[in-house]
Write a protein that binds this ligand. Sequence first.
Ligand code: XIL
Length: 314
Amino acid sequence: AVTLDDLARQSGRYFGSAVDNPELDDTPYANLLGTEFGSTTPGNSMKWDATEPRRGVFNFTGGDEIVNYAQANGLSVRGHTLLWHSQLPGWLTSRTWTADELRSILKNHITQVVTHYKGKVFAWDVANEIMNEDGTYRQSIFYKTLGPGYVADALRWARAADPNVKLYLNDYNVEATGAKSDAYYRLVKQLKAAGVPIDGFGMQAHLALQYGFPNQMGQNIQRFADLGLDVALTELDIRMPLPSDTAKLARQAEFYGRVTDACLAVRRCVGITLWGYSDRHSWIPPVFPGEGAALPWNGNLRRKPAYDAIAKSL
Ligand code: XIL
């Protein structure tokens, strides 16, 4: 059978899905992941709280499990994520650090994790969600302690640990043009001008039917590509107010098709990753109460209209 990844490969792209470690025990789910997709992203197990649960003590068990599953099934792996304000370990957040202390903690974290996964992941979301909606820097522990230069430092440390892995900045609500994506556009320009290593921009693409399709998504992807970056859609899902019905599923399919078209229209849009592929395992219902049904396969692992729309656009 022709898979979404087969179709994406025809234009030199990949089609992937995130997976969380417990889902690998759901055999039908894991089997479909292994056959339909060409890439996967660990949903949680490469985040800081998982990889460095105590200062200087690293745990790669969960990430390795996903890498092993991916390798056994011919999938590549996107690394997610080295630096984020969320899912940080308690030891890091429960006290204050001097700038020198935090800089050395961050450098060691990035160096250890990137070194461990060298040759095993093809890309890293080096920094995740560093901007606010208005285009100012998020007031994370990193920003507050180190100032904005921590982003360039993080990229340089990642590059030093693996000269070949693609280095990304990644965020949500950056699919449309506007203050937030403008801020990334300016930042990438500055980083490039300063010779800081950066290879890609990740648009998470957590969309919602009720908020409409992101304004100018195609042009927005294009302008990042024009800066000399790869662009990836890294966490795609399209939620809706529950319950789902035929009309909402049709509109969702239309959105999935348009997102796929927007990527395919730009040569440097290199791939699309769903944030899980089935409504059976999705982060949406617990985080957005009353919303869900966000993925192209339903809870019984049956294809929804969105699947056909994606396949048609690929
Ligand atoms: C989510 C995971 O899917 C959940 O299991 C976890 O409880 C919270 O994080 N943006 C990101 C991802 O960059 O890391 C988030 O993943 C979803 C939003």
